[in-house]
Each structure stands twice: as structure tokens, then as C-alpha cells.
Design a protein around this ligand. Structure first.
Ligand SMILES: [Cu+2]
Length: 490
């Protein structure tokens, strides 16, 4: 097998990084051909496209004893996706792909009964939310097949933002997400300056089917590069269509729920302002030409329908190279969503100020987080500070309420999007390989992409005690051990 050969070469040539790289390049070439052979072309599968953008289903919630109560169950689900009547088996929350949307307000208290009907242990991780560590679906708190648990937390003031939930068991996160387990979670503030805009929610996910129309397992190339399938879906549909009035301003929330794609999203025919990041609104709208959304990240946009002549009317993912070792890079624009004009509408106002974000003060602790790859060591290929994930090791000890500054230094060959649980951070500066540049605006994030030979500085505060994961959000890298634990102590 090509993979084994690659590893033997890697081991034999461990003394010469350059030789390892060239051996990898030729093995990679052979593996690309393998990967193409086991992944049929999109067109050959007959997945329908061009339908109306599906609305997300909502999770029913019942107010009882001061809490909103709901149920989530993870289970296999057969969906008749392809023509010919043969169903594709997904794993889904409440028989829905994506999972049911949860929309709450700051101050709400949520209680979710969760049932695991999967053949594997799982957890529900509430990605980005500032909730207690023991409610956050850490890999340490797995729910066994057939077992249940309750997740319970409140949404503090200031937590309005665009979040999601997905499994986080150690070693199975990528598979559970690519089989369909992911849902969105929106927290609204009581004084939302954009409440007057109609909202569209777009969940971007990746689908890879085999020749039988079933969800394909991960190839060796997927395990190394992070998985990319034939299809990028929006709310579970392939290249669906949304209508936008000429001159109409809408508020879009976009989730990158793919395992590994760094999406460089553009709307060339329209007027686009960035208004929010993972953890809610930024201070002032920023006019943008494209949005770089790494795996796991979210954004809010104010989109005005302009339908500029001669420009593609839809949402595109522009070409982006993320240093993949095996697979081909995305070297052409990928249509994600069609946009059709409806009647002309008055353009709603976009406030000049959205909210105030206070910069986090001087850090009480500074830490260095180095991403590296060791292609000669299949047992520990993706490393943080030279180590692979160990559930029983605390990598850092932090303090509740203390500001920390972390420098994420990518000394590897691929992009690795950094993610931290339990809080939102502020990126303060980025090093592009030549020098540091101050981040031009304040924003709350929980994912930041770090390309090879680049560095990012960020600050955060953890307001609750307990172990918090930090990891690469390419889910195959996370499963392979590119993860650590920050133990926050009172
Ligand atoms: Cu990674």
C-alpha cells in the first residue's frame, strides 16, 4: 500500500527533511490517483441540485421550572438522497441533517436530555459557548452507546453569537461529524442592533459519497490532509437557491461545519459587510471582498442584493491552497449557493456602530503553542508542543479570571485552524512570516486559521474552572492527537 511505503521512506530518510519531502511528493502523487479512484465524480452520482435553500428545523423547547427543556438523540438515519430509491445512511441528531437549530436569548437556561443510539461513544460539545467544563462534551465525558445524560447550562449576558454543537469523543469526532452530526446554536441579545434585518442561516458541510451512494470512510489522504468530499452542502442541499431582493439587505449567519475546508467565500455581484464573528457582533461593519472561514468558524454578514452585471450572482468559494500533503488543492472557484433576484426592495439601514468590545488587558500568563507535523511517525503525526494528545495530561494550568496571551506558531506544512473551548478570544496580532501586524479590529472568536510558517497572538479569559480543550479544528488532525488540555483552576 502506498501509505505504508510512504511511512517506510519517511522512517528511512528521517535524517533528511528534504528527502522526506520529495519521497512524500511522489507517494502523494500515487495516492491522489488512488483517492480519485475510490471517490466517484459528483456528476456520476446524480445528487440533485438547484432546489430551494432548505430552512433548518428548530429544536422544540418546553419552558419548565425556569429552564428550556429539549431532547436530542443521535442515531443512524436513512435518507433517500440519490435518484433510484436507495437510501444513504447518515448519523443524525433527531433524524435531521443538519441537526435541529437551537435559538435562545442571553439569560436563558437550557436543559437537554441526550440519548446516544450510535454504535460508538459520543459527546455533545457546545462549540464556542462559555458554559461549565463538565457540561461541554469534553472527550473525558463520553456517553456510551445506549446511554443518556443531561446537559445543563445558562447563557450569560454578553454571550449573543453564532455557535454550533457537534460530537467531541476522542478519536471519533471526524467520523461522527462527516456522517451528519452537527447543528447550529444561536444566542440573541435583548438589544440587537440588527434585529430589523431578515436572517438567512447557511450551514456549510461536506459530503463524500462512495460509488454505492453511501458515506465513504476516510482515505489515507483524508487522514493526512483532512477530508474533502465531492459536495459542499448548504443546509443539507447541494448548490441550492436563495432569493434576494434587488437592494434588499439581509443578515446572513454562515457556519463552516466541514472537517477540513478553509472556505474563502465571496459574493462578487453583491455588497457585503462583515458584522459579526464567532462570538457575536464586531464594533463596526467592515466592507469585505471575501470572507476566510476556516473549519469550525462562523461569521455574520450584511448582504445587499446588487446583482452587478457580468459577475456571478451566487455565493462562491474562491481558490485556496492550504498546504495539503496528498490531495489536490482547491484551484478553481466552487459554486456554493445560487442567488436569484426577487422584486426590488428598499435597503434597510446598517448602523455605523454595532456594539462596544473592550480589549482584554495585560496578560497574567503567556504561553507558546507550536503546531508541527512528523510525517515519519504514523503514531504521532500531528503534534502540539511536540506531543500527541493524552487525556490524562494537563498541558497548561490556568487561573479563573486571569487574562492569558497565547502565541500559536505553525511550524508545519499545512494550515491548522486553532480552536479553544469554553471562551472567546481576541486576536491581537498576526505574523505573516516576515513580521508582526496588529490585528486591525477587535472581534470575539474561538477559531483562527494559522497557515504554515505564520503565527497568531491571541488573548482570552476563562471565567469558569475545569479542563478546556484546545486543538486543530481539522477534525482528522484533532482525532490524530493535535489537541491539548488547559486546566483552569479557581
Ligand atoms: Cu490541523
Amino acid at each position: 500500500m502506498q501509505r505504508r511505503r510512504l511511512m517506510q521512506w519517511g522512517a528511512a530518510l528521517a535524517l533528511s527533511p528534504w528527502l522526506v519531502r520529495s519521497a512524500q511528493a511522489s507517494a502523494a502523487h500515487a495516492m491522489q490517483a488512488d483517492a480519485a479512484a475510490d471517490m466517484p465524480q459528483a456528476a456520476a452520482l446524480g445528487l440533485p441540485r438547484g432546489g430551494e435553500l432548505p430552512e433548518l428545523v428548530s429544536l422544540p423547547l418546553e419552558l419548565k421550572d425556569g429552564a428550556l427543556n429539549g431532547c436530542l438523540a443521535a442515531a443512524p438515519l436513512n435518507l433517500p438522497l440519490l435518484p433510484g430509491g436507495k437510501a444513504t445512511t447518515f448519523w443524525a441528531y433527531n433524524d435531521s441533517v443538519p441537526g435541529p437549530a437551537i435559538a435562545l436569548r442571553e439569560g436563558d437556561n437550557l436543559r437537554i436530555r441526550f440519548d446516544n443510539h450510535l454504535p460508538q461513544p459520543t459527546t455533545v460539545h457546545w462549540h464556542g459557548l462559555p458554559i461549565p467544563a463538565d457540561q461541554d462534551g469534553n472527550p473525558h465525558d463520553a456517553v456510551a452507546p445506549g446511554a443518556s445524560r443531561e446537559y445543563r447550562f445558562d447563557l450569560p449576558k454578553g454571550s449573543a453569537g453564532t455557535y454550533w454543537y457537534h460530537p467531541h469523543p476522542h478519536g471519533h469526532t471526524a467520523e461522527q461529524v462527516y456522517r451528519g452530526l452537527a447543528g447550529v446554536f444561536v444566542v440573541r441579545s435583548l438589544d440587537d442592533p440588527l434585529a430589523h434585518l431578515p436572517e438567512r442561516w447557511l450551514v456549510l458541510s461536506d459530503l463524500k459519497l462512495d460509488a454505492q451512494g453511501q458515506i465513504a470512510g476516510n482515505s489515507d489522504a483524508d487522514k493526512m490532509d483532512g477530508r474533502e468530499g465531492q459536495f459542499v452542502l448548504v443546509n443539507g442541499a447541494w448548490q441550492p437557491k436563495l432569493t434576494l431582493g434587488v437592494g434588499e439587505r439581509q443578515r446572513w449567519r454562515i457556519w463552516n461545519a466541514t472537517s477540513a475546508r478553509v472556505l474563502k467565500l465571496a459574493l462578487p455581484a453583491h455588497e457585503v459587510w462583515l458584522v459579526g464573528t464567532d462570538g457575536g457582533l464586531i464594533e463596526k461593519p467592515r466592507r469585505i471582498d471575501y470572507l476566510l472561514l476556516p473549519p469550525g468558524a462562523r461569521a455574520e454578514l450584511a448582504v445587499t442584493g446588487r446583482f452587478a452585471a457580468g459577475k456571478p450572482a451566487g455565493l462562491l468559494a474562491l481558490p485556496y491552497a492550504r498546504g495539503k500533503m496528498m490531495g489536490p488543492e482547491q484551484d478553481a472557484s466552487l459554486p456554493i449557493l445560487d442567488i436569484a433576484p426577487s422584486a426590488a426592495l428598499k435597503t434597510a439601514a446598517l448602523p455605523a456602530r454595532l456594539r462596544k468590545i473592550a480589549p482584554l488587558g495585560k496578560p497574567a500568563a503567556r504561553r507558546l503553542v507550536v503546531f508541527s507535523e512528523d510525517m515519519a511517525n504514523p503514531a504521532a503525526m500531528f503534534l502540539i508542543n511536540g506531543k500527541t494528545f493524552d487525556m490524562d495530561r494537563m498541558d497548561f494550568i490556568g487561573r479563573v479570571g486571569a487574562v492569558e496571551e497565547w502565541e500559536i506558531d505553525n511550524r508545519a506544512d499545512m494550515d491548522h485552524p486553532f480552536h479553544l473551548h469554553g471562551t472567546q478570544f481576541q486576536v491581537t496580532a498576526r505574523h505573516d512570516g516576515k513580521g508582526w501586524k496588529q490585528e486591525p479590529y477587535l472581534a470575539w472568536r474561538d477559531v483562527v486559521n494559522v497557515p504554515p510558517e505564520q503565527k497568531v497572538r491571541l488573548r482570552f479569559r476563562q471565567d469558569l474552572p475545569g479542563p478546556r480543550m484546545f486543538h486543530c479544528h481539522i477534525l482528522e488532525h484533532e482525532d490524530a492527537g493535535m489537541m491539548g488540555t488547559l486546566d483552569v483552576r479557581a
